[in-house]
Every structure is written in structure tokens, then in C-alpha cells.
Design a binder for this molecule. Structure first.
Ligand SMILES: [Zn+2]
Length: 303
């Protein structure tokens, strides 16, 4: 069985075909028709047909989107590609392509990819976090995405930062209307802002990490503070979901020191005498979104 995955982003649309064993057969990327819904439908359908012509096969279709399907109405909501909101996207894609189409949030697709044949392969409970300009998340249990009653399962970024210290209250204002959200402390821009607050230059998160590795004490202080916050934020997830694996993607997942230092800090905040949860970096990197979309048609279970 061939699977086609589509990552319907705001600036580009990526598509790939996966063989049954997860091997990549073909991958293509086109610019997204920004702002135009009907053209977006047409572009996805044409991309599917072009991929199928190249590999000379027909696949199942899964699509990752930067938003959610409202369980109440079936319409797209919360997409920052706002021209998708309020539409019956799955039905319209299905009509254009001529077969059933499965849709899921892109962070959920990321988590599904890593849980299927990535860094969390075989783990029963997987929590995925994507930290870049924002803080997304997804939850996969026994190889299936947990969507939730409001289609927000895994969205940890707009919870308040747990156990805030005096200088973390009320915390920075967030676009969601509250202050002190996890995202305002852990996103890439938040880390850069914190380095400036400590008297440092305006640098990217990667550059702050480079300075810390070179022994810059201000950068080290900034990253230690970041890691303590990360540990508190993720410990509250461990207490509720108790994942076997937390898999990290997005730009900040390239900070190699996080995978040792954050687990070394989270124990005091986890309600357990020991913590066996593993924090790992995504195996498929940026390709996980589009791979997870393909895996919306899951592998046959052999049991
Ligand atoms: Zn918020």
C-alpha cells in the first residue's frame, strides 16, 4: 500500500509518497496559493496527481494542516492560514482528488510520525512538542492521535508556566490574551528576549547556545533558566499524561544540551519516586509533519 502525505503550510505545500515500509518514494514542494481557498484545493489535488504520475501508483491521502477540525461543526478552525478557516476542507479535497482524505493538525502529524517509525517508535504513549516561533504539541497513544473533545489535545503552550518564581509573575503578555503562558517563556523568540533581558545582544536561540558552549556566563545563565522553565512545564505534562517518550521538534530541538539537562531538572516536579520518561530529539526532523500526514492511514497491526 502506498501512502501520500501532504503538509498544507501557509507558504508552501509539501507532498510525499511513502512505501509500505516507510521508505520515501517521491517528494515535492510547491508554493502555497496564499489567501485563496479554491486555488489551495486545486494545488493539493494537482500535487497528488503529479506525485502519483511520477511513482506510477495510487495512494491513500493524508493532509496535515496548521489548525484543527472543529468537532462541533466539522469546519476548519484555528488555522493561521486563515483562508482555510470555516471550510469543509476534508470534503472539498476528497471531491477534488476522488477518494477519502484524512486531515489532522500538523503538530499531531509530527507526533504520529515519530511514534510510528521515528525516535519514539513502539512507545505506547508519546507526547510531541514542537518549539520554534511557538510551542505546539500533540499526543499519540498506541499509534493513534488523540484529538480530544475540543480538538486541542496536546496544546500545552497556553497553560501558565508552573511553579513561577517571583520574577516570572505575571510573566510576559501573550497574544492569546493572558500573561505568563508557557509559550512566552519557551518559544525561540522568548529565549532570545530573555537573553536581551539579561543584558545580552539580540541573538537567535542557536547563537545564544553557541555562546554558552564557548563559556559566555550570561548565555549559560540564560540557558539554565530556560531549561529550568522547560523542566517545570514538561513535568506538569508528565504528571497528567505520563508519556513513555517526549519527542521534540522545531528549531529549538537542535539544542543538544536540552536532552540531558532538562530530565536532570524535572524530578522535583514529577509526582513519582523515579521518572523513566525519555526526552528525545525527532528522528525525521522537518520531514515529520508530512510523513505523519501519510501515516494518518496507519500500518496494519500484526498481532
Ligand atoms: Zn497564551
Amino acid at each position: 500500500m502506498m501512502r501520500i502525505g501532504i503538509d498544507l503550510g501557509g507558504t508552501k505545500i509539501e507532498g510525499l509518497a511513502l512505501a509500505d515500509d516507510g521508505r520515501e518514494l517521491e517528494r515535492r514542494r510547491i508554493p502555497a496559493p496564499r489567501g485563496r481557498y479554491d486555488d489551495s484545493i486545486r494545488a493539493v489535488a494537482d500535487l497528488v496527481f503529479a506525485i502519483e504520475a511520477t511513482v506510477n501508483g495510487r495512494g491513500s491521502i493524508g493532509v496535515g494542516i496548521p489548525g484543527a477540525i472543529s468537532p462541533a461543526t466539522g469546519l476548519i478552525k484555528n488555522a493561521n492560514s486563515t483562508w482555510l478557516n470555516g471550510h469543509h476542507l476534508a470534503d472539498d479535497l476528497s471531491a477534488a482528488i476522488g477518494r477519502p482524505v484524512r486531515l489532522a493538525n500538523d503538530a499531531n502529524c509530527f507526533t504520529l510520525s515519530e511514534a510510528t517509525d521515528g525516535a519514539a517508535a513502539g512507545a505506547p504513549v508519546v507526547f510531541g512538542v514542537i518549539i520554534g516561533t511557538g510551542t505546539g504539541g500533540g499526543l499519540v497513544v498506541n499509534g493513534r492521535i488523540v484529538v480530544g473533545a475540543n480538538a486541542i489535545a496536546g496544546e500545552w503552550g497556553h497553560n501558565p508556566l508552573p511553579a513561577p518564581e517571583d520574577d516570572e509573575r505575571p510573566g510576559p503578555p501573550c497574544y492569546c490574551g493572558r500573561s505568563g503562558c508557557i509559550e512566552t517563556f519557551l518559544s525561540g523568540p522568548a529565549l532570545a528576549r530573555d537573553y536581551i533581558a539579561l543584558g545580552g545582544d539580540d541573538l537567535s536561540a542557536a547563537d545564544v547556545a553557541e555562546r554558552a558552549a564557548a563559556g559566555d556566563s550570561r548565555a549559560m545563565k540564560c540557558l539554565e533558566r530556560y531549561e529550568r522553565r522547560f523542566a517545570r512545564a514538561i513535568a506538569s505534562i508528565i504528571n497528567v499524561v505520563d508519556p513513555d517518550v517526549i519527542v521534540m521538534g522545531g528549531g529549538l530541538s537542535n539544542l543538544a544540551r536540552l536532552y540531558e539537562r532538562v530530565p536532570a531538572m524535572w524530578a522535583p516536579y514529577v509526582f513519582s519516586d523515579r521518572v523513566d520518561t525519555r526526552l528525545v530529539r525527532a528522528k525525521h526532523g522537518d520531514a515529520s509533519g508530512v510523513r505523519g500526514a501519510a501515516w494518518l492511514w496507519p500500518p496494519a497491526t500484526s498481532s
